[in-house]
Ligand binder design. Sequence first.
Ligand code: NI
Length: 270
Amino acid sequence: MAIYKSGQRRADGYDTHTHLNDDTFWHDVPAYFGRATEFSIVEMNIVGYDAQSNERAIQLAHEFEGMHAVIGWQPEDILEMNDEKLAAFRKQLQDDTVIGVGETGLDYYWDDNPSAAEQKKAFIQQLTLAHEFNLPVTVHTRSAMADTYQALKDAHVEEFGGVMHSFTGTPEEAKQFLDLGMYISFSGIATFKNAKDVQETLKSVPLDRLLVETDAPYLAPTPMRGKANEPMYVHYIIDYIAELLGKSYDEVAEMTTNNARRLWHLDQAK
Ligand code: NI
C-alpha cells in the first residue's frame, strides 16, 4: 500500500505498457515516475520498439526500482533488424532487468509499413526468441487479428505466455487468445465513451487474466482524453474498470497488479 496524494491509501497499481523511453518523456523520467508513485502506480513495464528504445528501457529498469524492461521490434521498424542488431538483442534478452519480449506483432493498417510477409518473419523470429528465453511476449495487432492469432498458436505461446496489449477486439477474439493462455491488457481506449464494444470485451475477460496499461505517450484515458498521456493516468483506467465491474479501486488495482506479477514471473528470482 502506498499513500495516495489526498492522504487516502490505495493499493499498488501496475502500468504494464508505457514508453518512458520515448523522446516525449526522456528529458524528465524521474518527474513522470514520481507523479505515478504519488498515485500508487509503483510498478511499470518500459516497453521498447527499436534499437534505441530497447537500450533505454534496460537503462531505466536498472536505474529505477519498480521499472522492468520489455524489449522488441515493432512492425514498422523491423527492416532495421540486421544480423548485428539481432545478436545484440539476444544479448540484451539475458539482462536481468528484461522480463519480456515486445512490443512485437503485426500491423497491416499503415500502407507504408513493411509487407505482411516481412512482418510475419520478424514476429515469428521474436516469438522464437521469447520461447527460447522463456519470456512472455507483448503483442501489438492492428488490422491483422487472424494472422496474429495463427503466429501465436504456431509458436506455442501457451508455453511462454503473453499479453495482447491495448486490446480492442471482440469478446470472441479475446477468447481465442485467452484459450492460448494469454492475458488481455486494456488501455485508455477502453474508457472512451464511444468504445462500448471494447467495454463489452473487457467484461468478458476472466478477472485473473486482466491487465491495465497507459501506452503513454499515446491515447490518454477519459477524463484526460486529448491531453498528453503519462503513466500516472493508469489510475483513471483502474477507476473506470472498477466502476464497470462493480468493484472497488483497490480490488481492481490489486488484481491487475497480481496478474502482471504472475505473468512476468516477478515473484520468482530470475
Ligand atoms: Ni506501445
